[in-house]
Design a protein around this ligand. Structure first.
Ligand code: CMC
Length: 428
């Protein structure tokens, strides 16, 4: 059997053979299909790119029906359980393989060299209002980094590119922590390079005076959460990173754009919505009536459902277990019982079963973040820190791919055809 697709254009009766590779056809092949010689040729119409592979990637694999997520071939469950540092996973995602001992040490050193920010970054951040949203500050400050490192625009230079990768991975926890300290009116804490990636971040967030000791259980929990959030193939923000990066802009500007995409409530903002929902439900006895209201179309069960996963999100499974470890230290989040009851009822209910709606990564993560002392509006920033590694890997793969060009989709134009300009007094 040939690996082709036979198409008959009923408008002309002509037949076409289109090669099939990797279960896909090249959309450009369809351009051969024309009624008249000077036609533009056939296009596909795919709002939200629901069925369009826009890249060939070797980074992250998801099988949504089976609930599988792998970075560079490694199952997420193994990475979450066995990797002792986030930087090990960041290396894997960026370099393609798990690091050997000396490679990991070198990588750590390189990132640590870049954890501090220019003192003017502090001044820039001081300019934000006291109640500025941390994600707004984060996005703006990441974008501002491009003005500190103008050489970053040389995106096709391997050494320059690598240096910006070290810088971004090194600096995002620092900038994130500064946004938190700013909203609290507290002095910014400088990085402590003796600590781990997650430990240093916790210390920059919560240290007051010299007495702060990073709790190892919370440090481990944050490391696992960072690992789980590091990449997720062609999601909304990764697509933005690639698309913006395809114009060969510097990675700081592209990362700021990706972070802006992440901020939306349908993407990285859902865990905050979960906590608001749990607060609204208020108690266990209100769970059945809440489920009924969701089924009646009065709102969604936040933290449930996913565009790709039609099974239990593998990240949600890991996070649910982690929640118990964290609550041993912080005390139980009072909303946990409501979340468990929601999950129990929803997983048995025909409405959710039929639509394959399962808990996603956001269902339990917010409960952990809240118990650890992170304010709700800080949750998207917590997502952006580890996802920076994923964005950079997606960006680098994209600009080095010889099949890629500047992203530029087509449209189906439905507006007015040509018409003549009218002076203002003659307009209807
Ligand atoms: N609660 C109730 N019903 C739902 C939900 C939900 N959370 N999600 C989907 N449905 C229903 C939806 O009403 C539709 O029903 P019907 O066929 O009767 O019209 C059906 O399921 C399919 O939904 P859809 O909106 O076509 O699915 P989608 O793939 O476009 O949406 C989603 C995916 C994640 C936006 C959606 O499931 C949702 O809004 N979930 C709640 C928000 C949330 O938890 N988002 C976090 C996503 S994971 C984080 C990340 O990876 O960024």
């Amino acid at each position: 059997m040939p690996d082709t697709l036979s198409i008959t254009d009923n408008r002309t009766g002509k037949k076409y053979e289109i090669p099939v590779e990797h279960d896909a056809i090249k959309a450009l092949e369809l351009r051969k299909i024309k009624v008249k010689e000077d036609d533009f040729g056939l296009m596909t119409y795919d709002p939200a790119l629901m069925n369009t592979a826009s890249v060939k990637s070797r980074i992250t694999f998801i099988d949504g029906d089976k609930g599988i997520l792998r970075y560079r071939g490694y199952p997420i469950e193994q990475l979450a359980e066995k990797c002792t540092s986030f930087l090990e996973v960041a290396y894997l995602i960026l370099a393609g393989d798990l690091p050997a001992k000396n490679q990991l040490e070198q990588w750590r050193q390189n990132v640590k060299l870049h954890t501090f920010v220019h003192e003017n970054i502090k001044k820039l951040m001081e300019g934000f209002r006291y109640d500025a949203h941390p994600m707004g500050m984060f996005i703006s400050t990441i974008a501002a980094l491009s003005t500190f490192y103008p050489e970053a625009k040389e995106v096709m230079n391997q050494d320059v590119r690598q240096k910006q990768i070290f810088r971004l991975i090194g600096k995002v926890p620092t900038i994130a922590a500064f946004t938190f300290r700013h909203t609290k009116g507290m002095p910014y804490n400088y990085p402590d390079n003796e600590l781990t990636y997650a430990g240093n971040f916790l210390s920059m967030m919560f240290k007051i005076g010299e007495s702060y000791k990073v709790n190892p259980v919370l440090e481990h929990a944050l490391t696992v959460l960072f690992i789980l959030h590091a990449d997720h193939e062609q999601n909304c923000s990764a697509n933005v990173m690639r698309s913006v990066g395809s114009s060969h802009i510097d990675p700081y500007s592209a990362c700021a754009a990706a972070a802006a995409a992440l901020w939306g409530p349908l993407h990285g903002g859902a865990n905050e919505a979960v906590l608001q929902m749990l607060d609204e439900i208020g108690s266990m006895q209100n769970v059945p009536s809440f489920i009924k209201s969701v089924k009646d179309g009065k709102g969604r069960l936040m933290g449930f459902g996913h565009r790709v996963y039609k099974n239990y999100d593998p990240r949600a499974k890991v996070i649910k277990r982690l929640a118990y470890e964290v609550f041993e230290v912080t005390g139980k989040n009072p909303n946990l019982e409501i979340a468990l009851e929601l999950e129990r009822i929803a997983l048995e209910d025909e409405y959710f079963v039929k639509r394959k709606l399962y808990p996603n990564v956001d269902f339990y993560s917010g409960l952990i973040y809240q118990a650890m002392g992170f304010p709700m509006d800080f949750f998207p920033v917590l997502f952006a820190i580890p996802r920076t590694a994923g964005w950079l890997a997606q960006w680098q793969e994209h600009i080095l791919d010889p099949e890629q060009k500047i992203s530029r989709p087509r449209q189906i134009y439905l507006g007015p055809s040509e018409r003549n300009w009218l002076p203002i007094e003659k307009r209807p």
